[in-house]
Ligand binder design. Structure first.
Ligand SMILES: [Mg+2]
Length: 170
């Protein structure tokens, strides 16, 4: 786990990025043509307030820009001040009072919170099989890459056998 404390010289350290759909808002009845109808996921609003007390927070969404005003309106309806990102060159969000930014850019951040994320800790021998599992590609033997510099206790290849969720070293 990487800890990135606030560092005045690092703009990325000032911000936390949070996904919208299925991270902050529920989808109990599917996508519904993009209509934002769901309730906040339990605890989401309190967590958002707590994070905003400590860091600049932006909501990063893969939704098309035409939905961004609705996303911002959802935050406003729940008591937050939110604006839509209109800067095509923005790389960071350092905050603007207690204002939350809605964007579709992967801005520099100390942390991302996303229901679809896989944390990468520097080890592709662990990340690749987990990535394959999460996209439902563990049906046949999958042979992974050889370590360019084998570490102690590691073998260079692994595979995932059908029905298994953990890789087997070869
Ligand atoms: Mg999501």
């Amino acid at each position: 786990m990487t800890v990135i404390p606030l560092n005045p010289a690092s703009p990325a350290s000032h911000a936390v990025g949070i996904d919208f759909d299925l991270t902050l808002v529920e989808h109990r009845n599917g996508w519904q043509d993009g209509r934002i109808y769901g309730n906040p996921i339990p605890g989401a609003l309190d967590a958002l307030r707590e994070l905003m007390r400590r860091r600049a927070v932006f909501c990063v969404t893969a939704r098309h820009r035409r939905y961004h005003p609705d996303v911002a309106a959802w935050f406003v309806s729940h008591g937050f001040d939110a604006i839509v990102d209109d800067d095509p060159d923005r790389a960071y969000w350092l905050g603007d009072g207690d204002r939350l930014l809605v964007t579709n850019k992967k801005l520099g951040a100390a942390l991302y919170i996303d229901d679809r994320a896989l944390t990468f800790d520097g080890d592709w021998n662990a990340a690749l099989p987990e990535a394959l599992r999460r996209i439902g590609e563990c049906h046949g033997p999958v042979v992974g890459p050889a370590d360019p510099v084998p570490a102690a206790g590691r073998l260079g290849l692994w595979r995932i056998d059908p029905g298994q969720h953990a890789p087997t070293r070869l």
